[in-house]
Every structure is written in C-alpha cells, then in structure tokens.
Design a protein around this ligand. Structure first.
Ligand code: SAH
Length: 393
C-alpha cells in the first residue's frame, strides 16, 4: 500500500531538506490521494523526489515530518522504536534521586504533538496533533509497557488542539491515577497536582536551573517571583538561603508550595509565601534581595502578543533590578514561544539600564536535557533565561 502524497512547490523543499520538520500550507502545490487530517503522507519535491513521511493536516502546518526515509512504513513498530529511543536518552540524562522528568518532548523526540511527563509511577500526557491522535491507543500501550506505569492520565487541551481540529480530552487513560502525587527531584520532595496543576503539574523544564539557584543561595535573601508550587524556593532553602520570599497570585499553588517547604524540612515562617500580583509586589516592596528569580507565565502566546508582552517583561525586570543589592543575582526567564532569545536579551538589558545598572551574563539558561530540541527546529526552544550579576553603572 502506498501513502497519499503532497507535492511541494518548486524550491520550497529546502527547509525540510535541512531537517526542519514542518511544511506550511503555502509551500504545498498539490495533494494526491485525498488524505484525512492526521493521515501519513509522503512529501515530494516538485520533480518527484521523496522527502519523507509525516502527518498531513489541512491547517497552517500541512505536514509534520516523522522520517526522511520515504521507503519506510509508519506502524506500531515505528512508534515502539521512537519511544524506546526517548527512554534510552532519559536513562543517560536524568540525574540520580529524580523520578519526575519529561519522557517525550514532541518534535524534539521525533513525535510531533506528543508530550509525556513521568511523575514517579504515573504518566501524564498531552496530544496536540491529529496525527498522534490516530496512534493514541498504540502509544498508550507501548508507554505503559515500557515504563511499567501504574496509571496514565491524559490532559489533551488547549490552542494547538483547536488548530488541529481536535476537541479536548481529559481523564484517566489507563489504570488509576490519584489527584496528586509526591515526586523526588534531586533528592527533594514535591507534591504535584496531576489533574489540575499547570502544564502537566510541575515545571520539569526548570530542574537544572533550580540546582543552579540552590548553589548560589548560601546566606542569601532570595525572592522567588511567580513561584507556583515553590520549587525554586525549596532549592534555595536547601542551598542555605537566609530567607526566601515566594510570591504567586495563585492561593492553591501557594498552599502546595507551603507543603513542599515543610516536607523538605523548611519552615514557611522563616520563608514566607505571599499570595499577590508580582507586578504590584515588586513595585511596592521595600526589601532588597541578594538573588531574584523571575519565572512568569508566557506573556505572549502568539506573534500578535509580542509587543504587549515586551512591556510586561520590561516592567518586572526593571522592578527586580531595583530590588537587587549591589552585585546581586537575577535569574530571569521567558517561556513565550514567539519571544526570541535576542528580543528577550534586549528587553532585559533595557530594563537593567533603566534601573541605572549594568549586567554581567553569568550563563544563558534553558530547559534541561530531558527536553531535547531538534536542532533544525528552533521553534522547539521555548524556555530562555539569563543568569545575571547586576552592579551599579
Ligand atoms: N517557577 C515556577 C513556575 C512558574 S509558572 C516553578 O519552577 O515551578 C508561573 C506562575 O505565575 C504560576 O504559578 C501563576 O499562578 C503565576 N502568575 C501568573 N501571573 C501572575 C501575577 N501577575 N502575579 C503573580 N503570579 C502570577
């Protein structure tokens, strides 16, 4: 059986040839064989050379590459191999005393639209493409067998699904899944809200950055702004911080944060957790900190939000720069996909200069190696951060 085909316009095959896994609808000349959204198709250049097999869809992204081997087949075995590869990588990169990590990172693991996070004996996954949707049962079966998981929970929701023409699906997909689970990360314990927490429950992408913050916290007063369930705060406390102030607008997240301090032997009296808007808190507080972490939610979800988001990033970075002591450290992040590293650096630099300070870049920050990105697919690099030391001009 041969696959339906999409034939690209002349010259439009270059990105695919260079490894970029998407073909936009404008690059497609003809579609042969009447594929349905999510079906496997063979992409060909204008003179009939095969470029690879991937998912077809009728939206903006017409094709998502699975393999450049045009003669291969996409079957249950193909998915088993991809999952096994993803697991083999995690065996190499996940640190000891850690049972929570990203197991499958969509395009970064050659599975466009599939995100799977492991939380101890549970898996939480989300499907964002019509293509993966068709392999759902097979993927759940492989995952369950490969990991030996006790329960699998699905949180397939959001904008990407709408764009692919898929309804939301949320609920248990296999076995029993509790509302919350306790995980271990670098020897620290955290409660994770598997069903209603943000993302799939925990910001696994920040694991390595939390370690860096922990190592910089000895004797410091630390502000963790946008603290969610307090993960950075717990690392700072373990690193010997004198005082860690956590600020988040969500009372529910703060309650878990408080429990997370306690379960690791730290006191919420000494390390206060405040329910507040960080914009207001940063403007109004008179406290001066040695170290500030700014990890806000994505201010820009799409390109049209970029300008407005820049104002938000500028404001919090300006206020944070003012609240830092001389030689203080700022760890500042953006997880907005449409905000590039270059733009983020520009915004942060502008904010620091407006605060009358100058910054040394200690290191760029990003997601950890359990969030691999296809090097040919820069769209996969959503989390960017800067570790800075700020001094007077
Ligand atoms: N640093 C965290 C993740 C932060 S996620 C970690 O490593 O776990 C972003 C957080 O910002 C969410 O918890 C959300 O409740 C909070 N938030 C969003 N807007 C806010 C605002 N204006 N003020 C305070 N918190 C806000």
């Amino acid at each position: 059986m041969s696959y339906p085909r999409i034939i690209l316009r002349k010259g439009r095959e270059a990105p695919l040839r260079h490894g970029h896994p998407w073909v936009f609808s404008g690059a497609v000349a003809t579609v042969e064989g009447d594929p349905a959204p999510g079906d496997i198709v063979l992409a060909m250049d204008s003179i009939g050379r095969g470029l690879g097999l991937g998912f077809f869809n009728t939206g903006d992204i017409a094709f998502r590459l699975l393999t450049t081997d045009s003669a291969s087949r996409i079957d249950a075995d193909f998915w088993r191999r991809r999952i096994d590869q993803a697991i083999a990588l995690r065996k190499k990169v996940v640190p000891p005393e850690t049972d929570a990590y990203r197991l499958i990172n969509a395009e970064g693991d050659g599975m466009p639209g599939l995100v799977v996070d492991r939380y101890g004996s549970f898996l939480v996954f989300s499907i964002g493409t019509a293509g993966i949707e068709k392999w759902r049962e097979i993927l759940i079966g492989h995952l369950s067998a490969a990991v030996g998981s006790v329960g699998i929970y699905e949180r397939s929701e959001g904008r990407s699904r709408q764009l692919e023409g898929l309804p939301n699906r949320i609920g248990s997909a296999a076995g029993e899944v509790p509302a919350t689970a306790e995980i271990v990360e670098n020897g620290l314990r955290f409660e994770v809200d598997l069903m209603t927490g943000q993302k799939t429950g925990f910001f696994l992408d920040q694991r390595g950055n939390r370690e860096i913050i922990g190592a910089l916290s000895r004797g410091a007063t630390v502000l963790n702004a946008f603290s969610y369930t307090g993960a950075f705060s717990v690392y700072a406390a373990r690193g010997g911080a004198k005082r860690v102030v956590s600020v988040d607008a969500s009372a529910a997240a703060n309650e878990i944060a408080s429990g997370n301090l306690v379960r690791n032997g730290f006191s919420p009296e000494r390390h206060p957790i405040l329910t507040a808007n960080c914009f207001e808190y940063l403007r109004e507080t008179e406290e001066v900190f040695d170290l500030i972490i700014l990890d806000p939610p994505a201010f820009a979800k799409s390109r049209k939000d970029v300008e407005r988001s820049a104002k938000g990033y500028k404001e919090i970075n300006l206020q944070a720069a003012r609240r830092l002591c001389e030689g203080g450290i700022l760890a500042t992040f953006s997880c907005s996909n449409p905000v590039s590293v270059e733009l983020f650096e520009k915004i942060v630099l502008g904010a620091i200069q407006d605060a009358g300070k100058t910054a040394q870049l200690l290191r760029p920050l990003g997601a950890g190696p359990d969030h691999p990105v296809n090097l040919a697919h820069p769209e996969g690099l959503y989390l960017k951060g800067l570790l800075l030391c700020l001094t007077a001009k």
